[in-house]
Design a protein around this ligand. Sequence first.
Ligand code: ATP
Ligand code: MG
Length: 459
Amino acid sequence: MLKWLKSRIAKKNNKSAAVKNKGAKKAVVKKAYSDSVRIIPRSEHGISRKNIDESALKVLYKLNKEGYEAYLVGGAVRDLLLGKRPKDFDVATDATPEQVNALFRNCRLIGRRFRLAHIHFGRHIIEVATFRGHHDDSDSGRQDESGRILRDNVYGDIEQDVWRRDFTTNALYYNIADFSVVDFVGGYEDVKNKRLRLIGDPDERYREDPVRMLRAIRFAAKLGFSIDESCQRFIREEGALLRDIPAARLYEEALKLFHAGHAIESFQGLREYHLLEHLFPDAAEALDGNEVGLKFLHLAMQSTDQRIHNNMPVTPAFLFAALLWAPLRTRTEKRLASGEPHSLALQKSASALIGEQVRYVSIPKRFTTVMREIWSLQSRFSNRKGKRATALFEHPKFRAAYDFLCLRAKAGEIKDDDCRWWTEFQENSPEAQQAKIEPQRGQGRGRPRRRRRTKSVKD
Ligand code: ATP
Ligand code: MG
């Protein structure tokens, strides 16, 4: 309670300081931009406030009313120009995080290196970033734990802020003061021409943060944009730079690539630009020239994309299980050839494969556990009788494993009789299901199976 009271008093004090600055700030709003700017007036660009998130509008208006510059920025402006619904609405301002914090009761400051203000509206958050200033060149090369170049917490003006952004199309600012779009780098034309162009020298900007290569693939896949010639060349030649990026950050990027409703196009982009081998090296090798494997993966991605478009839940485990299925099969077959029993060969191959994979893209354990379950259930679908069939049907991952099995059949990897049988089975009433899996007299194995005395093998 005391803590809360203290924070309210601090906010109040800050607020009066912020209000005191009001007069000075008002002049900034009217500040002329440099000659390189292009202002696209409301009458030209077609962005309507109807399509801007209500909470974002509240934040923009409030900042503006208090005398600060306030812009909607980044992907939101780009998507609005394209007539798409933005994923999130980010705000940029000349108010410092502390000044923003003083204006909004529902504000929390986050970030250590660069402070950001998060304004909470229930579960919905509007991120407000203060314009970033130019960095000191001696800083270049130092990276944080997620592989991003470290910059000091230096604030700047809108024209400096442009330089911290990646593509021209992501550096457009929608000004709440007059509803114009402010463009310093030709992003407006690039949106119209559906072109991805890095701001500044591609070589320097990609080296500064190699994840931008994956962002290029993602935006090209999501928006149907073409990648600028010089960017293309760099990505094709320097994909290995991704090896310097921590596996946890690459996992986040991989999820954005595959779970945004455009997995097929993203995957094609990764293959075309030879980036797959730096993210999923075993999959890249096992899928090379493997038509059935590629068809299966294509079907898995198609079904993921469809589910996302239909607002149905998706789990990363299914997609990563599909992506690593081809290399898992290659490894398992090698072990089978050396005489190992099937389940042991599969388990050992899965452990080795996952162990190596997470050094590149670190799939969290809660998902690798499910991936292993999906894989190991595959060989159990041919058991359609008795307790084994019941146990399979009642397994928590039955549905995922069954979907996986049917995609394998559809791709031509296996015959489709198991998939057909289990499909029909699920359409039956519980009584009919029971009758179907009950062991039938005369159709058993003839003589009872001998119990094995040896302990079961575990890895
Ligand atoms: P999405 O539709 O996927 O949200 P977005 O363009 O909004 O696309 P975000 O990852 O949400 O992308 O980032 C918001 C903005 O921050 C970007 O538009 C870009 O201006 C800037 N940005 C984000 N990541 C980077 C990066 N790695 N390098 C440079 N600028 C970046
Ligand atoms: Mg965004």
